[in-house]
Design a protein around this ligand. Structure first.
Ligand SMILES: Nc1ncnc2c1ncn2[C@@H]1O[C@H](COP(=O)(O)OP(=O)(O)O)[C@@H](O)[C@H]1O
Ligand SMILES: [Mg+2]
Length: 234
């Protein structure tokens, strides 16, 4: 397995948010973590990369237990994280933002260059010298993903990449994620949008109120409209 999450429990202060979360991501898979607003998707991602202080459970990445490691070490192992809120440097240009994300090559992950990233996100290639602050929300979202890829991760966590994007940009995002997969990046994508998830994912888990209540292939999920209707807003 590329990534295994076991018995993950997380708290914010006195509030227990995640309850015994467990899931797996195979080598080269795209796995969706589906759930309504407030279900615990972002907290799951933040817990995996060590950004939630009160967390128990086991995170195994490429056979290594990274549960006790600090965030910067987990990222250096090749686990990329793209948070929900876009974190680009507004005063830096597109190219400069990409340089910030640069990390050495990794044996078991694709090696991204600026040229490859501009092929992946053609929009960005047309605005190499534009400051991040003068880009649209969708373009900033792409830049955040591209910057994470500059670190040559072997797996990325994408927190709601389709959120707030126009239909045309969503189409480009689908193409980009499928290309990332083809290049060999394993991907976990959190989504409220089942339509978007279906276009990119091999398998899906549904999270509701901090608990995983379904895991299966997209076909298995389609065969269970009751589960879909109970746990996802469409
Ligand atoms: N920093 C925080 N402090 C306290 N509660 C939080 C914090 N962040 C999220 N929560 C709560 O944790 C729950 C899960 O939130 P979140 O993981 O952001 O869900 P999702 O990403 O699925 O929308 C929600 O009830 C939310 O209000
Ligand atoms: Mg969220």
């Amino acid at each position: 397995m590329k990534l295994t999450v076991q018995d993950l429990n997380s708290h914010y202060g006195p509030a227990h948010i995640l309850f015994d979360i467990g899931f797996e991501v195979g080598e080269g898979e795209v796995v969706a973590l589906l759930g309504r607003n407030g279900a615990g998707k972002s907290t799951t991602f933040r817990s995996i990369v060590g950004l939630v202080a009160q967390r128990t459970g086991r995170i195994v990445f490429e056979g290594k237990d990274v549960s006790a490691k600090p965030t910067h070490e987990i990222v250096r192992e090749g686990l990329g994280y793209v948070p929900e809120e876009r974190r680009i440097f507004t005063d830096l240009t597109v190219e400069e933002n990409l340089e910030v994300g640069k990390q050495p090559k990794r044996a078991n992950a694709p090696d991204w260059t600026r040229e490859k990233l501009f092929a992946l996100f053609p929009n960005l290639g047309e605005m190499k010298n534009r400051p991040g602050g003068r880009m649209s929300g969708g373009e900033q979202q792409m830049l955040t993903i591209a910057r994470t890829l500059m670190g040559n991760p072997s797996l990325v966590l994408l927190d709601e990449p389709s959120e707030g994007l126009s239909p045309k940009i969503v189409e480009q995002m689908v193409d980009a994620i499928l290309t990332m997969k083809k290049e060999g990046v394993s991907i976990v994508v959190s989504e409220q949008n089942l339509h978007f998830a279906r276009l990119i994912s091999d398998r899906a888990y549904i999270i509701e109120r901090g608990r995983i209540c379904f895991g299966g292939t997209m076909a298995e999920l389609d065969a269970r409209p009751d589960i879909r209707d109970a746990h996802l807003s469409l």
